[in-house]
Design a protein around this ligand. Structure first.
Ligand SMILES: [Zn+2]
Length: 199
């Protein structure tokens, strides 16, 4: 026996999301079927308007309601230090520790030969341009301690050596291999940032 089409359709939509298999998708849809209509409307509206008022910051590539984003526009922050992260959630993880007053650059992924992600597919050229045009003092590489993260860090370290007065640092090795920055606890992340090492 199969589900009514409208139910199956929503199951299929949920199943497209990362780390949601068909069984979880089913569970979510049946959960929603027992919720009041008003709640479903709120959910639907949030989804419908998700991208309408969200811009991508043309400086750091963070999602934001303004362009430039509030971090890039904040001149109390040190605009000469750029922390390079792979994804917006990593920026949020670092912002949460409240100890970093520089700005960011979101690459939008890591170099990953297994997934055919090459340097030109992520925001590396934009980073180089940004360093060139803004006499940046320091680049902090805050990429995950896993294979794609290490590959990207190594590539960037070599590439950025062309800037003679640029200090290149990376987070200290307090994060376990294979960890995801996004889920690191605040104390570990704070220590990794504080004792960052020059390359
Ligand atoms: Zn920005």
């Amino acid at each position: 026996m199969s589900y009514p089409k409208i139910i199956q359709n929503l199951i299929n939509q949920f199943a497209k999301l990362p780390s949601i298999g068909p069984k979880t998708a089913e569970r979510l849809v049946f959960y929603l079927l027992y919720r009041p209509q008003s709640e479903l409307n709120q959910f639907g509206e949030a989804l419908e308007h998700l991208k309408e008022n969200i811009k991508i910051c043309s400086v750091c590539f963070n999602f934001s309601e303004t362009n430039p984003c509030h971090i890039c526009a904040d001149h109390r922050r040190n605009q000469k230090i750029i922390c390079v992260v792979a994804k917006p959630q990593d920026l949020t993880a670092i912002e949460k520790i409240n100890r970093y007053d520089g700005v960011y650059h979101i690459l939008g992924g890591n170099i990953n030969p297994l997934e055919d992600i090459k340097p030109e597919n992520i925001k590396i050229n934009d980073l180089v341009e940004r360093i060139k045009n803004n006499s940046i003092n320091e680049i902090i590489l805050a990429l995950n301690p896993d294979l794609p993260g290490e590959t990207t860090s190594l590539y960037l370290t070599k590439l950025l050596k062309q800037f003679k007065n640029l200090k290149i640092t990376r987070l200290a090795r307090g994060l376990p291999m294979g960890a995801d920055l996004e889920y690191a606890d605040e104390i570990t992340l704070e220590n990794a940032l504080k004792s960052r090492q020059e390359l």
